[in-house]
Design a protein. Structure first.
Length: 355
């Protein structure tokens, strides 16, 4: 081989090495930029930890954040937020049956996928609990993703360390503190005592109240019976009230209301005095009732009563306007009917006859 050919070969190899170095530098720069953008999106105050891709061709970038920050205690609910940045056309999910022993996995929440510009970001939230004291670590786990061509691959999320602070109850040699006795006489429970005493007093008082109630219930109550007013007194009082308005009603031509009131007074007296049902009955029905009860009519002329009721019907229903003297005399006719047949008048008449 000539010297010139050797020089050309050396220059060609040098150029190939330069190209490969430039390609590798570009690939690493793109991966660093993706990781940096994911860290900026999760917030500067969060505790962020990222893992480099398994190979330079791996399209995923994963960022994790553990909250709450600071000191943790036994049984605290820890939230591990997993942010997966990936290109368009990729589907990311968590495998089934993830094991985070010795931590307990409470729940897994998939937050969905959102766009960050030229790429996508999928969020997963894991709720964990730890029940030991000292240094602890969330073990590494894998994220599964499917590429545009349908190939299924996995990405390893690195482990994350944290520390669980000891509680007083978990000290190796805890100091026993003083405690009150089971029955403390220094702090009596006055509320319980009040409830107990109230129940005892009520148990003693209830029989006494029941006996007093039965005793008062058995006592006979004096019933004051107001004797009914005699029908003649009721009728005469109503006639006096009507007489005070008679002249005004007659002068005003109010014959129908005037005779209607006279009729009601007369019928009320007949029913109360002789126990004959004449209210809400026609004159013809009253005529028949008076004929059947002729023996009970002490001093009452049934024909006189029927004639008076017929005259009243002429005024009430036929709109007949009687003379004023006759209208004034109608009230006196009812009064005479009451005074002639009242019990006092009948009793005095019987006494004179017997004497």
């Amino acid at each position: 081989m000539a010297a010139g050919d050797g020089a050309v070969l050396r220059e060609t190899r040098a150029e190939d090495a330069t190209v490969r170095a430039w390609i590798l530098a570009c690939t690493l720069a793109v991966a660093a930029t993706t990781v940096g953008s994911a860290q900026a999106e999760t917030g500067s105050e969060a505790v962020v930890e990222a893992k480099a891709p398994d190979s330079v061709q791996d399209p995923l970038s994963v960022t994790t954040r553990l909250t709450p920050e600071g000191e943790h205690h036994i049984g605290d609910l820890l939230t591990l937020e997993v942010l997966v940045a990936h290109p368009q056309g990729y589907t990311v999910n968590l495998p089934m049956g993830l094991d985070f022993a010795p931590l307990e996995l409470v729940e897994t929440i998939e937050g969905g996928t959102e766009s960050t510009g030229q790429a996508l970001r999928t969020t997963f939230t894991l709720r964990l609990q730890h029940f030991a004291v000292g240094e602890a670590s969330i073990p590494a786990f894998r994220v599964t993703y499917v590429g545009p061509g349908g190939e299924v691959q996995t990405f390893t999320v690195p482990a994350k360390s944290f520390e669980v602070a000891a509680l007083t109850a978990n000290e190796s040699e805890p100091e026993r503190r003083g405690e009150d006795p089971m029955l403390s006489f220094e702090y009596p429970n006055t509320r319980i005592e009040l409830i107990v005493y109230s129940c005892l007093a009520m148990a003693l008082l209830l029989p006494l109240l029941w006996w007093l109630f039965r005793y008062l219930r058995r006592r006979e109550k004096a019933v004051v019976v107001v004797p009914p007013r005699p029908p003649d007194e009721v009728a005469l009082a109503a006639l006096r009230d009507l007489e005070a308005q008679r002249d005004r009603m007659i002068e005003a031509g109010e014959f129908q209301p005037y005779y209607l009131e006279l009729t009601e007074i007369a019928k009320g007296y007949l029913q109360g005095r002789f126990a004959i049902d004449v209210l809400d009955r026609t004159t013809q029905e009253i005529r028949e009732d008076l004929a059947r009860a002729e023996r009970k009519l002490e001093g009452l002329d049934s024909q006189r009563v029927v004639q008076f009721l017929e005259d009243c019907d002429m005024v009430k229903f036929a709109r007949f306007s009687p003379p004023k003297t006759e209208a004034r005399g109608a009230l006196q006719e009812v009064r005479s009917m009451v005074t002639d047949t009242s019990k006092k008048t009948t009793k005095a008449a019987k006494e004179e006859t017997s004497a």
